[in-house]
Ligand binder design. Structure first.
Ligand SMILES: NC(=O)C1=CN([C@@H]2O[C@H](COP(=O)(O)OP(=O)(O)OC[C@H]3O[C@@H](n4cnc5c(N)ncnc54)[C@H](O)[C@@H]3O)[C@@H](O)[C@H]2O)C=CC1
Ligand SMILES: O=C(CO)COP(=O)(O)O
Length: 333
């Protein structure tokens, strides 16, 4: 059993936009927050200029955030937030030093080769560490600015929630408890794929009705897939599911929505994904989600459509015609 206190030492692993924004919000009231970055220039900028121009420009960071290139420095931390892209979680967990820290997973995706959710990857690599998932409608730039944000903190038990929620809750950052770790993860992973679909709707000029229809029917797909993996519908109806789906399906601030918008305008996924140092998780989650859903006998026609568009196998007009001409079924299916 870990003992976390108000001055517990927090470590954030991953200094992209989200890791940096979490470091900013969670460093309030702390002596020091340690941020691991894999880019030497990010470490230098955070420590010397108190900013991260590569991933979260135009934000001044607290002076008590210290960046390091050496992941071994995380050994003495009581709580570790893992904020790497989903496909790199396994390698980063494997390089962490021996630690009893509570691990809070903040990335949104499904591992490509294994079809495992992030908590399942963590259980394989770090079976003895207490585990939680932090997920919800949280654009990094808004959190870094201190704008009000509510999200889900799913913990493997209530005792862990009692220990870590005082470190996460701030005046503008409000976590809600859930004991449904899988549900919290599935919401975040699936909404990224649906956000690509909503971007396509925008880019192809298909209208607001189509966008709302996609959100509604996409949510039905999320519920069906969630049920097949043991997630609770009530979790998916909350901040980490529907809440995040609505956010990322409505704004070009979302990298997934922007990727979809480019596809809808006729650009290829290859072009849109080349030469970028930021991650659009939905592009990596989509094919693995499709494979996993098929193996479980779960119908996800919107996810299938996004996969076909990402692979360059079709165009928005054909996809719409295919979706609109499916056999008529009950809305409850
Ligand atoms: N940006 C946001 O508003 C939010 C992002 N997230 C999630 O947080 C996770 C991280 O995303 P961002 O911080 O936005 O990243 P980002 O897109 O801002 O930056 C890319 C990150 O990937 C890291 N990276 C690249 N190659 C790597 C490797 N081989 N090993 C380890 N790390 C590597 C970079 O160092 C950098 O930290 C994603 O799963 C994302 O879905 C969750 C909530 C909000
Ligand atoms: O997950 C996010 C907001 O909750 C960020 O969305 P994007 O990765 O699409 O930018």
């Amino acid at each position: 059993m870990i003992v976390v206190h108000a001055k517990a030492r927090i470590g954030v692993v991953g200094a992209g936009a989200w890791g940096t924004a979490l470091a900013q919000v969670l460093s309030e009231g702390q002596d020091e927050l340690l941020l691991w970055a894999r880019e030497p220039e990010v470490v230098e900028q955070v420590n010397q200029a108190h900013e991260n121009r590569m991933f979260l420009s135009s934000h001044s960071l607290r002076q008590n955030i210290r960046a390091t290139l050496d992941i071994a420095d995380m050994a003495e931390r009581d709580v570790l937030l893992m904020v790497t892209p989903a496909q790199h979680l396994r390698s980063c967990l494997a390089t962490l030093p021996e630690t009893n820290a509570a691990i809070i997973l903040c990335c949104k995706g499904i591992e490509a080769d294994s079809q495992l959710l992030m908590s399942e990857v963590a259980q394989e690599i770090r079976p003895d560490n207490p585990l939680a998932v932090l997920s919800g409608p949280t654009f990094a730039h808004e959190v870094a600015k201190g704008l009000p944000t509510a999200l889900t903190l799913a913990c493997e038990n209530e005792a862990l929630w009692d220990q870590i929620n005082p470190l996460i809750a701030k005046t503008s950052f409000r976590p809600y408890f859930s004991n449904d770790i899988l549900g919290a993860e599935i919401g975040g992973a699936v909404k990224n794929v649906l956000a690509i679909g909503c971007g396509v709707v925008d880019g192809a000029g298909l209208g607001q009705n189509a966008r709302a229809s996609l959100i509604g029917r996409g949510f039905a797909e999320m519920l069906r897939y969630g049920a097949s993996r043991g997630a609770k519908a009530e979790t998916l109806s909350g901040l980490c599911g529907l809440g995040d789906l609505v956010l990322t399906c409505s704004s070009t601030s979302s990298r997934n929505f922007s990727l979809g918008k480019g596809l809808g305008e006729g650009q290829s996924a290859e072009t849109l994904l080349s030469d970028r140092n930021t991650v659009a998780e939905g592009a990596y989650t989509a094919p693995v989600l499709q494979r996993d859903a098929q193996s479980r006998g779960v119908e996800m026609p919107i996810v299938d459509a996004v996969c076909a568009l990402l692979a360059g196998n079709t165009d928005p007009k054909s996809v719409v015609s295919q979706l609109m001409n499916r056999p008529l079924v009950s809305e409850r299916r």
